[in-house]
Design a binder for this molecule. Sequence first.
Ligand SMILES: NC(=O)C1=CN([C@@H]2O[C@H](COP(=O)(O)OP(=O)(O)OC[C@H]3O[C@@H](n4cnc5c(N)ncnc54)[C@H](OP(=O)(O)O)[C@@H]3O)[C@@H](O)[C@H]2O)C=CC1
Ligand SMILES: CC(C)CCC[C@@H](C)[C@H]1CC=C2C3=C(CC[C@@]21C)[C@@]1(C)CC[C@H](O)C(C)(C)[C@@H]1CC3
Length: 417
Amino acid sequence: MAPHGPRAPLEFGGPLGAAALMLLLPATMFYLLLVARSGPARLLGPPPYLPGLQALWSPRALLLCLAWLGLQAALYLLPARKVAEGQELKDKSRLQYPINGFQALVLTALLAGLGVLAGLPLAALPEMLLPLAFAATLIAFVFSLLLYLKSQVAPASALAPGGSSGNPIYDFFMGRELNPRICFLDFKYFCELRPGLIGWVLINLALLVQEAELRGSPSLAMWLVNGFQLLYVGDALWHEEAVLTTMDITHDGFGFMLVFGDLAWVPFTYSLQAQFLVHHPQALGLPMASTICLINAIGYYIFRGANSQKNTFRKNPSDPRVADLETISTATGRQLLVSGWWGMVRHPNYLGDLIMALAWSLPCGASHLLPYFYLLYFTSLLVHREAHDERQCLQKYGLAWHEYCRRVPYRIVPYIY
Ligand SMILES: NC(=O)C1=CN([C@@H]2O[C@H](COP(=O)(O)OP(=O)(O)OC[C@H]3O[C@@H](n4cnc5c(N)ncnc54)[C@H](OP(=O)(O)O)[C@@H]3O)[C@@H](O)[C@H]2O)C=CC1
Ligand SMILES: CC(C)CCC[C@@H](C)[C@H]1CC=C2C3=C(CC[C@@]21C)[C@@]1(C)CC[C@H](O)C(C)(C)[C@@H]1CC3
């Protein structure tokens, strides 16, 4: 079992590290937004210029962000095709979650289409990225503060294992409450999948339209980036129920790190390749485009195969699709897969995700490092996540986890790592 309360080891260097990250993460996001639109687009140089407050603060952008959150919350509250139960909580209860994320994506696309037909200038959105990102950051700070205050009246059984150190800065950053919600609106589940992910593909689409207006038609590179990332977001929402078993939902508190990650970092930095392409057009031949599509397809095949295999197995180990796989028994009664995808490396889903990340950058060419930022950041995120998960699995499964590591020695990349 994971350690609780004050005994939980502090991550990210404790309160000082958390305070530094609270400044560094938004600063990095603004830096990337500025660099992407600058001529040289140098990832490792000084920022091209420092925007004044008038370039960042816009009441219209704030209203737009709030309206976006309101729209996504309304779509979340619409009748769902299914209501799923989450993992068992400390008090033995299970929370309920609507499964209507894909429906929200489709309805948002319809609304956006209607808006464009009615004269909504979608291509103007990219010009507002800086003030929108600023507004999303402000919302993230205020929302995290409200969540922190709410957690002060939450029962001890509702707290996450890692966010109750007693230090307010650290706890504000990590999040104290595991599943903060008001009635049926579960804030963490909602934020992780809806406003940020759907916002990301909407920003991508707006960049595609802007490129078409600038150059007559969208480039092949822009189509690929849009297509790949839409597939990724569509897949996440189609398999929405699977997010209920990820460690963000089952283990982590909902504090500034995740709030900012979900609401600001994902839409504004994950769309960096499309932003780059508007300002730095790339000629992409068909052979190269086909190779990149193949790389994305391989990554997706591994990512989806591994995630679905584990989810199917965790739901019902005797399901015919997984019943023949080899397993190790653990003292908890749960089993670990040691063949199939999970016999290749210990995190095959991360491997697939990383291969896709490479395919998202390749359409941007090899002249700049900036479009590869996502791949670099994502590699470090997954290495950190993998180490975190290994510690948890070792605590949970003890000797059986050692046996799994002996049988499957590589973590993410076969024969390399
Ligand atoms: N695009 C992005 O920014 C991000 C994407 N991701 C993606 O999200 C997805 C989910 O990732 P994440 O939640 O980190 O981790 P995983 O989905 O890999 O879940 C890890 C858990 O799986 C179970 N498990 C591990 N090994 C086995 C095994 N051999 N057999 C059966 N169960 C096993 C354990 O939980 P238990 O035994 O309790 O079931 C373990 O804690 C990944 O595809 C990842 O790439 C993640 C972070 C960011
Ligand atoms: C701001 C920090 C640097 C880091 C914040 C991390 C978050 C951005 C990510 C933590 C886990 C995530 C997941 C997804 C998106 C990014 C965050 C929120 C995910 C929803 C992407 C789509 C996938 O299919 C998924 C498996 C559903 C992902 C779940 C984890």
